[in-house]
Structure formats: structure tokens, C-alpha cells
Design a protein around this ligand. Structure first.
Ligand SMILES: Cc1ncc(COP(=O)(O)O)c(C=O)c1O
Length: 390
């Protein structure tokens, strides 16, 4: 058995990811307004709820109308099942060792499992026999992702195998889109065409397929024709729509710290490893005790303005120099009244007065780091305390 590394005592850590579950609830509700009555919403809460805390995210999404929860790992599904939440759970990513050790209990808990290869079908069938319970299977069809999923020309064979297995109950057919965040990309329609003909072939083998699901956040927002029986939004529920939208969505995570020190640097003084930044004038700099080990990507160095709450109001201050493992430096400006202990908002909702500047968002950090907000949110590391607002 492995033992988790003890977390630092959260009372002694200045860095906090403040999670607002009401944002997740309202975002879920807002996404739900796009759906026809017969379409259910599966809140994707994998990767610890995109860094927000899986159970927190799951409960908040259910309050907002989600009736399904989706996670990659069976271990996450088990944790959700044990929490006794009022939602059907789907898990889709496992290898043989995990399947043999965890899937019997997962199936015994009433969780649905995805099957994306003949080998996975065998593992699920074996686990179902052990659990003495029919497995509710969502057959994953690979229509272009090239990851998990049965290829269209394997459908008939796997369909026949499922039909002949008393421990397998075909519950759904599903696929995952490669390019839904670019509504102009013809790849989405090509994938849907492949999916639909694969579903026809599958239905020939197993009879009517009870459920179909395709849409992630982007397709939920832009392609009502792809909503089918269930939609599977993730990132939009956390407040970061991957496509422009009028649907009101707000970020659920605010990343904060406190100034560890403030000091004056003369003109021409270098800052940080590699001296990528030198002061152009005498200025006051603030040291923030948060770095790449907390989730601020080093590649995003020297590009994002952070917000500092000083006694003379909220001020934006550029992060300057390379991001270190545990710390960054921000340029407060020569006239700043900031002092050590002042609150710093790296991204999210600083809750300032209407005329105060807003804090950066995970989108700003993503652009600076050449990545996507998904990665920014899920990179906030375990040593950052999560504070859940009530
Ligand atoms: C299978 C599956 N469905 C749905 C989602 C949700 O995607 P998004 O966060 O873009 O809405 C993901 C996340 O990557 C996923 O892996």
C-alpha cells in the first residue's frame, strides 16, 4: 500500500485556491438552459473536478441540474459512488491492473463503465461476473481521436460479443470530438457521420441503443444538433467556455497569495533567474510566495499582471522576471503603498469595487504559457490550500 505524502498544514500556507461552488451550480444551470428536456447533463468532474475538488464540483453541478457525473478514473468513480450522490456515474479510463482490482467494486456500486476495445470488454465482463452484476456499458467509438475507442470497422464484431455476453448491458454509444472548439472545422461533421453509421451497425447487432452522447462544452454551446441524450461539458462548468458565447458563465476558482516582502530596487537591477528582466527605473517590487511548484507555469514568466489589494485600492502589477519554483516578483511601481501581508490575486474573482481593475483569469495565464485554461486550472498543485466558500 502506498501512503499519501502529508499535505502542509493549510493554516500555515499563504497560497489559496478559493472555490466558489455557487459558480459551478449557476454555470451548470446556464448550460442546462441550452438543452431540450430529454437531454441530460453529465458534469465532467475528472482530474479532481478540474482542480476545484471533485466532490465539491460534483455536488455543485448536481445542484445546478446535472444528473450524470463523468470521470476518467474508476477510483474517482468509486469515491463519487461512496459519497452517495444523486447522479449516475460514468468512468472511462483504466488498464488491466486497475480493471482487475477495482472494476468489480465499481460495477457493484452501480457505476457505468466505458468500453473502448475488445480487451476492455473482456476485462469488464470478467469484473461483472465477479460482482455478479450486469455491467452497464457505454461503447466508446473512435471517430478520429485515435485514443481509446473501438474503430468503426470493429463495431460488428464487438457488438456481437456484447450481445452474446449475459453480463454486458449495452447502455450507450459515445464518441469524443477532436475539434469542437473550432466550429468551422469540418472534422466535427466527419466524426458525427462516422459515429452515426457506427451506431447503425451497432444497433444491427445489439438492438436499439438506449443512449448516445457526443458533446463536450464546445459542442454543447455551439451544436444543439449534437446534444443527443446526454451532453458532457467540463470546462464550461468551471467558468471557461472554449468558444465565444453569450451564456453567462463565471470562473469558480480564484488563486490568491500574500506579499511576503516589499522592497525598493534601483534602476538597472536584475530580477530572477537568467536576468530576463532589469528594472527600467527605481521601483518597489513585491515578492509573492507562489511559483511553478504551485502551478504557475514557468513558461508564462514576465507576461501576466496580477492584482494587489493595497490600502489605497486594488492595483494591477506586472509579474516580472522568471517564475521560480516557490516565488515570483511583481513590479508594484515606485509609488506603491503595498506592504508585506497584502493580498495578491493571481487569477479569478477578486471581488473588488466596480471601478477597481479586475484580476487576471486562467485564460490570461494560459495565453502567456501557450496552453489552455484546462491546464492552468488542473496545474494548481496539491500544496495550494483549497478553500471552499459556503
Ligand atoms: C471524454 C470526455 N468527455 C467530455 C470532456 C469535457 O470536455 P470539456 O472540458 O472540453 O467540456 C472531456 C474532457 O476532456 C472528456 O475527456
Amino acid at each position: 500500500m502506498t501512503i499519501p505524502i502529508p499535505a502542509e498544514d493549510p493554516r500555515h500556507v499563504p497560497n489559496m485556491a478559493v472555490i466558489d461552488p455557487s459558480a459551478i451550480t449557476e454555470n451548470t444551470r446556464a448550460m442546462g438552459t441550452l438543452l431540450e428536456e430529454h437531454t441530460a447533463l453529465m458534469a465532467v468532474v475528472k482530474a479532481d473536478g478540474y482542480g476545484h475538488g471533485m466532490l465539491t464540483a460534483a455536488r455543485a453541478a448536481i445542484e445546478g441540474g446535472a444528473t450524470w457525473l463523468g470521470v476518467a478514473h474508476p477510483a474517482s468513480a468509486l469515491a463519487l459512488a461512496r459519497a452517495g450522490l444523486d447522479a449516475q456515474i460514468l468512468t472511462w479510463l483504466y488498464e488491466p491492473h486497475t480493471a482487475r482490482t477495482v472494476l468489480p467494486e465499481v460495477l457493484g456500486s452501480g457505476v457505468d463503465v466505458a468500453v473502448g476495445s475488445p480487451e476492455m470488454l473482456e476485462l469488464v465482463s470478467e469484473a461483472a461476473r465477479q460482482a455478479d452484476r450486469r455491467a452497464r456499458v457505454h461503447l466508446k467509438i473512435d471517430t478520429g481521436m485515435g485514443r481509446g475507442g473501438v474503430l468503426p470497422w470493429q463495431i460488428r464484431e464487438i457488438g456481437a460479443a456484447m450481445r452474446e455476453d449475459d453480463f454486458i448491458q449495452v447502455t450507450a454509444a459515445w464518441t469524443h470530438l477532436t475539434s469542437a472548439d473550432d466550429p468551422e472545422d469540418p472534422a466535427t461533421d466527419q466524426q458525427v457521420e462516422l459515429f452515426d453509421s457506427a451506431c447503425e451497425a451497432l444497433a444491427d447487432e445489439v438492438g436499439p441503443i438506449p443512449l448516445q452522447h457526443i458533446a463536450n462544452s464546445a459542442a454543447t454551446l455551439t451544436r444543439p444538433d449534437l446534444h443527443r441524450d446526454i451532453v458532457r461539458p467540463g470546462i464550461a462548468l468551471y467558468g471557461y467556455p472554449p468558444v465565444p458565447t453569450d451564456v453567462p458563465l463565471r470562473p469558480a476558482m480564484t488563486l490568491t497569495s500574500r506579499l511576503a516582502l516589499v522592497k525598493e530596487l534601483p534602476e538597472g537591477h536584475s530580477i530572477g533567474y537568467g536576468r530576463i528582466r532589469t528594472t527600467e527605473r527605481p521601483t518597489r517590487v513585491g515578492l509573492v510566495p507562489m511559483g511553478y511548484a504551485d502551478g504557475l507555469h514557468r513558461v508564462a514568466s514576465d507576461q501576466v499582471d496580477v492584482l494587489v489589494r493595497t490600502d489605497s485600492g486594488d492595483r494591477l502589477a506586472p509579474q516580472v522576471g522568471r517564475i521560480s519554483m516557490d516565488q515570483i516578483v511583481i513590479d508594484l511601481g515606485p509609488d506603491s503603498t503595498a506592504v508585506a501581508g497584502d493580498q495578491v490575486y493571481l487569477f479569478g474573482d477578486a471581488g473588488g469595487a466596480p471601478n477597481d481593475p479586475p484580476a487576471a483569469t486562467a485564460d490570461h495565464w494560459a495565453r502567456a504559457g501557450g496552453t489552455i485554461p484546462y491546464e492552468v486550472l488542473t496545474s494548481v498543485s496539491g500544496r495550494v490550500t483549497r478553500k471552499v466558500l459556503s
